[in-house]
Design a protein around this ligand. Sequence first.
Ligand code: NAD
Ligand code: UGA
Length: 464
Amino acid sequence: MKFKKNILCIGAGYVGGPSMAMIAYKCPDCRVTVVDINPARIDAWNSAELPVYEPGLDEIIKKTRSKNLFFAKDIENQIKENDIIFVSVNTPTKTFGAGAGKAADLQFVEKTARQILEHSQSPKIVIEKSTLPVKTALAMERILASAKGKITFEVLSNPEFMAEGTAMADLEKPDRVLIGSRETQSGLKARAELVDIYARWVPAEKIITSNIWSSELSKLVANAFLAQRVSSINSISALCEKTDADISEVARAVGMDSRVGSKFLKAGIGFGGSCFKKDILNLVYLCNYYGLQEVADYWESVVKINEYQQDRFTANILGSMFNTLAGKKICILGFSFKADTGDTRESPAIYITRKLLAEHAQVVISDPKALKNAAIDLASDKGKISYIEDPYSAASGCHALAILTDWELYRKLDFRKIYKSMIKPTFIFDGRNIIDHKKCFDIGFNVYPIGKPALSRFEDQSSV
Ligand code: NAD
Ligand code: UGA
């Protein structure tokens, strides 16, 4: 079959796989190929067990794979054969040299640009889908402009706004699709070509276009604003715990103001995930670079409050359990950074587990999807941790439960049954405020939510 457009995506990760699956699904007349330098990842995308867990992804892959969606290893050849190339490689925080700990490590993006340059034999539209510092397109353009002969490249920015756990729904019905380009004749032509792809399923008013720098910067700012809301509500949760106010009631009252809005106001153990922290730190780096110290400090405080919230949570466990955890068994319910994903990158659970181990607690970790990743994250602590998927078996014989991920299944647990199997006195630290606290207290637990009065049978231990 002859396809109308040939689309390539370099990078078969959490973004490349699902986003290209959606394009293939919505555009049956386009041939979509996804490549990766990691051959194991490509094998996994071609197998029955996909490398990424996302509700709804399996079904779409089944409908498209080997029809108009392909996962391939021959990167060079695919660059030659495709006209539209998405770049969806990882852009982690730099760990070395200038800007270490804050700036984005752009080596994977740059390598991709050089690969495209080396293997292209015809004009290409190159689309930044990875999250990048503002002005990265300039570097891409400069590398690609060194092409000998007549091959031309147009660089676009099309940042991805999907969230993990809801990726397929977000991709199918996005709040907006953002496409940035140069405002030259060729830039606008390339922009129109990409608009045409999304217009197959996204309403026209939701496809917004802008200059390329606004597009790059909007992605960093969107994540910074979302993370800032989480840190704002978490900072207030600390005040609630001191004043007997209830963070859920405060969030509801504040969020009902239509100017504020009700989403992203759930207090918890802090945000995790591969992007919020890295993108804010990248923003901080950029502000510093441009001499905007106050702006940099403002955004950096969002990350500081996030760390503070995780420290507060573990300090509360220690304080409430009579200031010693040595030899006590603590069951962690949920290790992924949010519900409905097996992803544990930057999960607050990693930090909290390490803090508990430092107190010589014995840790049992339970999670429906993330145990494999948890064991990799905590490989250096092998032998000190047990991994048990069934929450009832995991909790049995423990002194305390710490709920770290908002998995739906934890709301519905039979806490009476769990209580009976645990060591008394028994504690629950609900880091996501998802269970019925009063009911658990009545069963016999001492219950410690976030930003709400504790339901405890003991005197306040914090002054001991
Ligand atoms: P990921 O690590 O899951 O995937 C990136 C993939 O790129 C890896 O499989 C890696 O092997 C591959 N890769 C790196 N260099 C390559 C090269 N030269 N050639 C071929 N493949 C190469 O990362 P991700 O979570 O998919 O994120 C990708 C980008 O999208 C990042 O910039 C991230 O900030 C952004 N983003 C992520 C999300 C998310 O929910 N994870 C959402 C929006 C945006
Ligand atoms: C986030 C953004 O929501 C996406 O728009 C963006 O595309 C993506 O980052 C990215 O660039 O990678 P994601 O990190 O997958 O998506 O998940 P979120 O739903 O944003 O949750 C992030 C963290 O904040 C989670 O740990 C979550 O538990 C926490 N959170 C979220 C709260 O603690 N409270 C809330 O009210 C909302």
